[in-house]
Design a protein around this ligand. Structure first.
Ligand code: LLP
Length: 445
């Protein structure tokens, strides 16, 4: 197998450090998955630090090699935002994209510097805007209301905030319709027909520093063409902005690179994506005779998706006469809502007997009171018994961050593994945590 740094983490089905150990158990980051579950409980998110760091480095160094202007990679932390992950990506020189006051608070608490934090969102509240402006983050302005609120806040706070404009580029890509964002009929960003009036508004603003523009066309994208096209579309706005006396110097081309969830997924590598984006912007700038802008990208899923697996314990099973065999795990749609939301496909393996032949087709059901809570339909697995450890790979992105307490199930713990050591990064919720916000009015006591 190629050395770690030559494999693109987003193209792997398992974390880079995964292997089968002498006990025929799955090992990640030098830690036996079965032992991790014994120690930290089940179900458990297991995050491989090396995979996450390698993906950060491939993005960061890729732009250094292929883009000869300034570049900044920022982690789209909606994929998984918590203190430890913000701290890891920041230590690799990445900035952080946040979409709420809560994500911003977490990034700041993790020690991320405001000059590399970018606040997104299509309906930021005034208090979120104020929080970002007061702390010195860059705000990506999505609409007129926000633009006006930001202008008023700049006055009242006596600040000169850095802003960028989110523009809907009119570029479609092939992915689930819920995660397409670049087509014109999208709730995000300014429609192209409005952009010149925004530039005109900004040309009269003394406090708002509009440093550039942003677009994000969607997520889990396997084609390179949409990003190839995006450079020219976005750079054409730089010239138009200069007609309004605006000197744009930064371009944020969003994220969106896909990952492998199953063998049939075939995403480009991180380096191929970086090269495409870089060339597209360089070519567009040459064609327009413009200096290269600072190129910002904001990947989420491709940085962290395949770095994590979820380990579950197998419980009951059921065979429908002449029908399917179901095995049930001790988690489901509350820790991974993606199958029920997007019909996403996942792989699974039995972590305590990795080399046993997969000779039966089974369906893996979650434990929630909902028929649709099926994690994987019809997958080939070895025969399993209650108590076996089932591992589902590629759960690093949009699992913990979209997790719920449906059926009052506590959120899982997460451990960070590296070189044989595990560190808890998210504690398992307790029953007491579940009622922490409950209030029992006196009249009901
Ligand atoms: N930038 C912006 C403005 C975004 O809205 C997103 C994702 C990203 C960057 C990062 O995209 P990525 O590199 O992760 O594709 N919950 C869905 C995904 C929603 C994506 C939302 N925006 C899922 O589980 O597939």
């Amino acid at each position: 197998m190629a050395p770690f740094d030559q494999r693109s983490p987003n193209q792997q089905l398992l974390p880079l450090t995964a292997k089968t150990n002498a006990n025929d158990h799955l090992e990640i980051g030098g830690c036996d998955v079965v032992e991790l579950v014994e120690q930290y409980g089940s179900p458990l998110y297991i995050l491989d630090e090396l995979s996450l760091r390698t993906a950060c480095q491939q993005y960061r160094d890729g732009f250094k090699s292929y883009y000869h202007g300034e570049s900044q990679v920022i982690y789209a932390s909606k994929a998984w935002n918590c203190l430890a992950i913000c701290a890891i990506v920041a230590s690799e020189g990445l900035g952080i994209d946040v979409v709420s006051g809560g994500e911003l608070y977490t990034a700041l608490q993790a020690g991320v510097k405001p000059d590399v934090i970018y606040l997104h969102g299509n309906n930021k509240s005034e208090s979120e805007l104020e929080y970002a402006i007061a702390t010195g983050c860059t705000v990506i302005i999505d609409n007129w209301l926000e633009l006006k609120n930001a202008s008023n806040l700049a006055q009242s706070l006596g600040k000169s905030p850095r802003i960028m404009l989110r523009i809907t580029p009119g570029i479609e890509c092939h992915t689930h319709e819920y995660i397409q964002t670049g087509h014109l009929d999208s709730k995000f960003g300014f429609d192209p027909t409005e952009v010149e009036s925004v530039f005109a508004f900004l040309s009269n603003q003394t406090l708002l520093q509009c440093v550039g523009i942003h677009a994000h066309i969607g997520s889990q994208i396997f084609e390179l063409q949409p990003h190839q096209d995006l450079g020219a579309v976005m750079i054409s706005w730089f010239k138009i902005a200069s007609n309004y006396g605006l000197n744009l110097t930064e371009l944020n081309i969003g994220g969106g690179l896909g990952i492998s969830y199953t063998e049939s997924d075939d995403p480009p590598s991180i380096t191929e994506w970086v090269k495409t984006v870089s060339n597209s912007v360089i070519t567009a700038c040459e064609a327009q005779g413009l200096a290269l802008p600072k190129l910002i990208s904001e990947p989420g899923r491709s940085l962290i998706g395949t770095a994590c697996v979820t380990a579950y314990t197998i419980g009951s099973n059921k065979t429908v006469p002449q029908g399917r065999t179901y095995i049930t795990i001790d988690g489901g749609m509350s820790d991974n809502p993606r199958p029920i939301t997007y019909q996403s496909k996942y792989l699974a393996m039995v972590a305590n007997h990795m080399s046993t032949e997969a000779d039966q087709v089974i369906t893996i059901a979650g434990k929630h009171c909902e028929s649709g809570d099926i994690l994987i339909k019809d997958i080939k697995l070895p025969k399993t018994n209650p108590g076996d450890i089932l591992v589902v790979p590629a759960t690093g992105a949009y699992n913990y961050s979209m997790a719920s307490n449906y059926n009052r199930i506590p959120k899982l713990a997460a451990v960070l593994v590296d070189a044989g050591t595990a560190n808890l990064i998210l504690k398992r919720e307790t029953y007491a945590d579940l009622i922490r916000q409950d209030v029992l009015p006196t009249k009901l006591q």
